[in-house]
Design a protein around this ligand. Sequence first.
Ligand code: INI
Length: 157
Amino acid sequence: MNLIEATIVAPDAHIALVVARFNHFINKCLLSGAIDTLKRMGHIQDEHITVVWVPGAYELPLIVKVLAKTKKYDAIIALGTVIQGDTPHFEFVASATSSGLMNIMTHTDIPVSFGILTTQNIEQAIERAGTKKGNKGAEAALTALEMINILKNITVS
Ligand code: INI
């Protein structure tokens, strides 16, 4: 059996994080959770981390695509929070963002982590940004680290 699985330490990796400013008070917690995980668990060096702020979740795919095409990053982490309102706006923003990001990942072969909260209300978002239900930014960072090493292990095996 040829088994490929990966650890999460990636000290040489370069990572970009793209963060939406919309719902900034939640997203800054996702960002600090992600950076903490990259450094403490992934051993990523500070100078290998790039952070880009964009207006809202809807703008994430374009900037993630441009960053991916530079080939300077081993993984990109997209962070944002889309909260349901009284109109269908939420559905359009959430689904365009998620399918846009998936498309970029599969077309560029660069891991794109989906660190985007899609919640019914602000309380659910707070719970997932470093309180009761963990930190989605930290989870997205862990996924990015594992994906970097899976790809590395496939290319060397
Ligand atoms: N952007 C978000 O990141 N989260 C939201 O909850 C949100 N809602 O609900 O409106 C949101 N809208 C802005 C959107 O991402 C774009 O920035 C805007 O439509 C301009 O393109």
